[in-house]
Write a protein that binds this ligand. Structure first.
Ligand code: C5P
Length: 219
């Protein structure tokens, strides 16, 4: 089974995806990683993020092994890394070059140690609309910008990183704006996606809702 979970930054996609992957024994593909990998490549080579040609070249050359290696760099998950990913993800040529890598995973999903999996959970912005339009189950997770910024801020603090709530909130709003206004692939729910607003729900409640829906689809 293919399950897609899309939605804006810090809506709880990653947590829900990982809980579902462990519940069902499915592989997990965090598609933000492909954009973070290209963004980090640009940062590490001191390339101006406005250099579209270079971003396209990096995207064209990216493979899984390189992405996993880059993900070990502390900047990969930092807000600077997220911002770089957000900028380069707005280039249609970059998205196009990263599409096959994301699509192909669903044909042969594997766990991190290489074992094959019976299904996959995709986490991203466009996985139900562009990457896997044929997915059997699609969720679109959202929450107010303030609640999402608070969750992201708490994560940074828990990791011992420096952060100011106002800065995180501003970044969340800038990223929302960029996600919503991408010319070729604006972030929007697929027509057949179930929308989960997590503003007033905790992770257990979101998880239970999602499981209920998946079970109904399996019948
Ligand atoms: O989810 P994460 O914060 O790791 O994503 C980093 C950036 O990659 C996002 O801000 C978004 O701009 C971009 N992205 C995307 N499409 C996806 C996943 C992420 O454009 N499917």
């Amino acid at each position: 089974m293919i399950i897609t979970i899309d939605g804006p930054a810090a809506a709880g996609k990653g947590t829900l995806s990982q809980k579902l992957a462990s519940e069902y024994g499915y592989a997990y593909f965090d598609t933000g990683m492909v954009y973070r990998a290209v963004g980090l490549k640009m940062l590490l080579s001191n390339t101006d993020l406005k250099d579209i040609k270079k971003a396209e070249k990096e995207a064209g050359e990216l493979d899984f092994a390189t992405m996993i290696e880059l993900s070990k760099n502390p900047e990969f998950r930092s807000s600077k890394g997220g911002e770089a990913a957000s900028v380069i993800s707005s280039y249609p040529g970059v998205r196009e070059r990263l599409l096959d890598m994301q699509k192909n995973f669903s044909m042969n999903p594997v766990f991190a140690d290489g074992r094959p999996a019976n299904g996959v959970i995709y986490d991203g912005r466009d996985t139900g609309t562009v990457v896997c339009p044929n997915a059997e189950v699609k969720f679109f997770i959202t929450a107010s910008p303030e609640v999402r910024a608070k969750r992201r801020y708490d994560e940074f603090i828990a990791k011992g990183m420096n952060a100011k709530f106002e800065d995180v909130l501003r970044d969340v709003k800038i990223r929302d704006d960029r996600d919503a206004n991408r010319k070729d692939a604006p972030m929007k729910p697929a027509d057949d996606a179930i929308i989960l607003d997590t503003t007033n729900l905790n992770i257990e409640e979101v998880f239970n809702e999602a499981v209920k829906y998946i079970e109904s689809k399996k019948k």
